[in-house]
Design a protein around this ligand. Structure first.
Ligand code: AMP
Length: 488
């Protein structure tokens, strides 16, 4: 390659991340734990493609107020626009509409996988992240909503959280819809701007929401988000409602609703929620796990009834010990019109989405990760070039016995190979030089024990003489010896 060859800088785009073994293990264990709960409730697995036709996804994204914001889209060679899915719900609606005739109804499916959002990245906000969802399509019963909430509580506990570590907040879009109707906030765009402003409450606080309900807000990075442009008296009433303490939320909402003639709509919204809460109590899910909180709205436009949000109550800190706020680790609700976009026929549906990537990051920050350190394989040291065949055979035997193993395949010497095994967090190294091979033996080093014992020996010569954690056994006992070490 000539010197002036173009050399790209090795880097990843903002909001995207490489994930190493530990993070992958954390995400996978969350997906596995949550999926097991979903299956226990009778949901079947479904996978749909990363790309959908852009028109199938619709314009439902939160935060699409930035230029080029929303979905990642491209034009196919037949001129049709494709877009990467931004959640797992819109593809489900497409799938249900396409296969409605033949599906068992209600259709209950769970799904997990990456989704992509072309939005502004921040702490806990990525442009590619994993979600894990369950939805019931074809049931209008509040019991379907209650069941989703109960599953979320169980799912959170299956990931290692305890009672009191989390809270699922429940509300209904119908409450806010009634109030906004009463306030004559009727334009699609303005209404959405109001919903999104309220949805940002946990991130920007009441003052931030007030700015977003009004002319707009300049954030710390200098980006301006255009506001909903409401008149001041309306903003003050909405802020009053959002600022009401837990015990006063309902009376506040009723008082403000009454002022705008929205009392009946608000009572109807209440009715649905009462049924959901009553069912939850019968299912053994109490106030400590899930309760009503009308300040939550969820940012997605497609919700039509009950909405849910899962929040962590744990204190989360970064490496520097600073407090970090993660926002919700999951959200969901009822979206009765999403299938009708395709078929014209209303199909009631409800579901929930765990933000797996965010939940994994939050559990790590809260030091609640149940993931053990990712252990490396047993390393067979490449001691003698002529014996590579023997080493490969040893690794095969170990693998056949279910023990992860590899032969060191680099070109470094013995000391570097031991360091390699150490860095991989290998439980053991297998060493067989020509002497051992001739004598029909192998030497196995228990690396955990070696690390432990080495702490007590500071003299180099003594260490070499004692060779802590090292033993030589007949070749035939390789697998049994390694197994004892690995399992011990
Ligand atoms: P939504 O599909 O917007 O209702 O979000 C459901 C869950 O996905 C949220 O509660 C978050 O945990 C997670 N989530 C949403 N947006 C992001 C993002 N940009 N980065 C990481 N997680 C996200």
């Amino acid at each position: 390659m000539s010197d002036d060859a173009f050399r790209p800088e090795a880097r990843v785009p903002r909001g995207f991340a490489d994930k190493r073994a530990r993070e992958l293990a954390a995400e996978r264990s969350i997906v596995a734990a949550v999926s097991a709960v979903y299956e226990r409730y009778g949901f079947e697995a479904l996978d749909t493609p990363a790309f959908e036709f852009a028109d199938a996804l619709g314009k439902f994204l939160p935060d699409s107020d930035r230029p080029n914001e929303g979905v990642f889209a491209l034009q196919d060679d037949d001129e049709q626009w494709l877009a990467l899915r931004y959640d797992l719900t819109a593809p489900l609606a497409r799938f249900a509409a396409q296969n409605w005739e033949t599906l068992p109804k209600p259709f209950r499916r769970y799904a997990f996988g990456p989704v992509w959002r072309n939005e502004k990245p921040g702490p806990g906000r990525y442009r590619e992240f994993i979600q894990c969802d369950a939805d019931t399509v074809g049931s209008a019963r509040p019991e379907a909503d209650a069941e989703v909430i109960a599953m979320v509580a169980e799912g959170l506990e299956a990931t290692g959280l305890e009672r009191g570590d989390y809270l699922i907040k429940i509300s209904s879009r119908r409450l806010l819809d009634a109030l906004l109707d009463g306030m004559r906030i009727e334009g699609q765009g303005q209404r959405l701007a109001v919903l999104r402003a309220i949805d940002k409450l946990d991130r920007v606080g009441i003052p931030g929401v007030v700015e977003l309900l009004g002319p707009g807000r300049l954030d710390a990075s200098g980006d301006f988000t255009k506001g909903a442009g409401l008149e001041t008296p309306l903003i003050m009433d909405l802020a009053d409602f959002l600022a009401a303490p837990q015990g006063e939320i309902w009376p506040t909402l009723e008082r403000i609703g009454g002022k705008y003639g929205a009392g009946d709509g608000i009572s109807a919204g209440f009715g649905d929620l009462d049924r959901i809460v009553e069912t939850l109590r019968r299912m053994g899910v109490g106030e400590d796990r899930a309760r009503l909180d009308p300040s939550i709205v969820r940012g997605l436009e497609y919700y039509t009834g009950a909405v849910f949000e899962a929040d962590l109550l744990l204190e989360t800190t970064n490496e520097a010990g600073e407090l970090i706020r993660f926002g919700s680790v999951g959200g969901g609700g009822r979206y009765d019109d999403l299938v009708a976009r395709f078929t014209g026929e209303r199909v009631p549906a409800t579901g929930f989405s765990f933000g797996v990537s965010r939940l994994a990051a939050a559990l790590r920050a809260a030091r609640r990760s149940v993931i053990p350190e990712a252990r490396g394989p047993v390393v067979v040291i490449a001691f003698d070039q002529a014996a590579m065949g023997d080493y490969m055979a040893m690794a095969s035997e170990l693998r056949a016995a279910g023990i992860p193993a590899e032969v060191y395949l680099g070109s470094s010497g013995m000391r570097a190979q031991m360091k390699y095994a150490d860095r991989r967090l290998s439980p053991a190294a297998v060493i067989a030089g020509s002497d051992e091979l001739a004598a029909g033996t192998v030497t196995i080093k228990d690396l955990d024990l070696g690390r432990e014992l080495a702490k007590g020996i500071d003299d180099n010569a003594a260490w070499r003489a004692e060779r802590p954690g090292q033993l030589t056994v007949p070749r035939g006992e390789l697998v049994a010896t390694v197994r004892r070490i690995v399992e011990g």
